[in-house]
Design a protein around this ligand. Structure first.
Ligand code: DUC
Ligand code: ZN
Ligand code: ZN
Ligand code: ZN
Length: 470
């Protein structure tokens, strides 16, 4: 089967040009001008005149089907990932919380077989996620690459819980990871500061959602970011800081980079386009939709994050997708922010929100958009250039994007499998019109036309970009 995409404006992380893309089975086999003229026979022609063609998005931070953080057991499952592919994301790097009583590797194998397979609509790689700190996991770290896993995340937050990694634990993970080219990701928040402030809030009867951000101030994030950076320096290991949100933490990243340390970071869609004002809503459940960790910040932080993406200080935008329904949240606690599971959905809106508020508003270029939404995440996670790139030999994961589209984000247009969308009603400029996954059209006219279960596990290679630089 040969497919030709002709007359599109091709955008990669490096350049923008008019051209055609020839696909044979699952791969891109040729890129150039007027391939139609030289092509003997193709089975399908897609006319992309007036459209942009970029690599399918790579979302390196998602939590489907049980997230693994304290209190967050039930997140929407992989059958809801059609939402992400309609939004132009064709690959995830999913976090694998440890299954009850299992180690890192068994949990990953279990996840593939019993949670993702037959349901997942995007291709996916996996991150190990330490949610049960026991000595046995340290030996497992060095075996991860044999199973196609090249990244591991630990939580510096949530002290007193089974998932909290203290400094000694983090040092050992950094050290073991470095031995085999695994990259350590950290959730950098100082849980002791947060617990102290939370207890104070609860004692004073302050349980409204705004106390979520008041008890998780920027300093709780920047202190942990700095400490993680120092620990990585001590272990001479690379480090990746997930979901960075504020100026103070960015400053720590800037210092680390100016000291030539291999430290990188991402932010998430909601930190770029939403502020803590969403938590001031007097309707508890409305505000509770925005309870995520770290907390939402101020307008000035959103601006600082955009600038950090543009300058290369930050390397990627992820969704941190957690599909926790309102029903689930209500069961957990209707009037106390400390009982609400932390996390927000957003995999389906990541590209649209970054395009609308980034490219369309002149904050970042089109090539930067591809770099932070697809190429860098693929490089960081050891799946580049198979994923995140338009090149000969790469998987034909492609988005044909209509930059002229103007609309509004509506849950009903691209349902995410739960009962709300945190971007509902937001302006949307441009949208993925057609999406191909490994050469097959799976989205047409912005509607899912693929099959549930079409996604496949992608083995990641060790020594990702955090070892060599981006
Ligand atoms: N960390 C995440 O990465 N996602 C949601 C909640 C959390 O603590
Ligand atoms: Zn986290
Ligand atoms: Zn997360
Ligand atoms: Zn700029």
């Amino acid at each position: 089967m040969k497919t030709l995409i002709k007359n599109g404006t091709i955008i990669t992380a490096y350049e923008e040009f008019e051209g055609d893309i020839l696909i044979e089975e699952e791969k891109i086999v040729d890129i150039g001008k007027d391939l139609a003229a030289s092509c003997v026979k193709v089975d399908k022609i897609i006319d992309a005149s007036g459209k942009l063609v970029f690599p399918g998005g790579v979302d390196q931070h998602t939590h489907y089907d049980a997230q693994g953080t304290v209190g967050d057991k039930n997140t929407a499952g992989y059958e809801t990932t059609d939402n992400a592919i309609v939004g132009g994301t064709t690959t995830f790097v999913e976090f694998v919380p440890q299954e009850e009583g299992m180690g890192l590797i068994d949990s990953a194998e279990y996840r593939k077989k019993h949670r993702a397979e037959g349901k997942i609509c995007v291709d996916y790689a996996l991150h190990a996620l330490v949610t049960d700190v026991k000595p046995a996991i340290f030996d497992e770290v060095e075996k991860l690459p044999e199973y196609g896993i090249s990244t591991i995340k630990v939580f510096m937050a949530y002290p007193g819980s089974y998932l909290h990694a203290d400094d000694g634990t983090l040092m050992r993970i950094l050290e073991k990871s470095k031995n085999v080219g695994v990259t350590t990701f950290v959730h950098a928040e100082n849980g002791e500061i947060i617990e102290f402030l939370r207890d104070e809030c609860v004692r004073s009867g302050n349980t409204a959602p705004k106390y979520h951000y008041l008890s998780r101030p920027p300093v709780s994030e920047s202190e942990a970011a700095r400490r993680a950076i120092y620990l990585a320096k001590a272990a001479a290991a690379p480090l990746f800081i997930v979901h960075m949100t504020c100026e103070e933490a960015l400053e720590e990243l800037r210092i680390a980079k100016s000291g030539r340390l291999n430290v990188y970071g991402e932010t998430c869609t909601h930190y770029l386009v939403t502020t803590k004002a969403a938590l001031d809503n007097p309707d508890f459940m409305e505000a509770a939709k925005y309870i995520c960790s770290p907390a939402l910040r101020d307008e000035k932080d959103c601006e600082a994050l955009w600038e950090a993406l543009d300058s290369g200080l930050l390397s990627a935008v992820s969704s941190d997708h957690c599909g926790i329904s309102l029903k689930e949240m209500k069961l957990a606690g209707k009037d106390d922010f400390t009982k609400v599971p932390n996390g927000a959905p957003g995999a389906g809106d990541r590209l649209n929100m970054v395009w609308t508020n980034g490219v369309a508003k002149g904050r970042i270029s089109k090539t930067k958009f591809v770099e932070i939404c697809a190429t860098n995440p693929a490089k960081i996670n050891g799946i580049y250039p198979r994923k995140g790139h338009i090149g000969i030999g790469s998987d034909a994961d492609l988005v044909i994007f209509d930059p002229q589209y103007k609309g509004v984000v509506r849950q009903r247009d691209n349902p995410n499998g739960i009962d709300y969308n945190i971007f509902e009603g937001r302006e949307q400029i441009g949208r993925p019109e057609t999406v191909l996954l490994r050469g097959k059209v799976v989205v047409e006219n912005a509607r899912f036309t693929g099959k549930k279960g079409q996604g496949t596990f992608i083995k990641a290679k060790p020594y990702g970009a955090c070892y060599r630089g981006l």
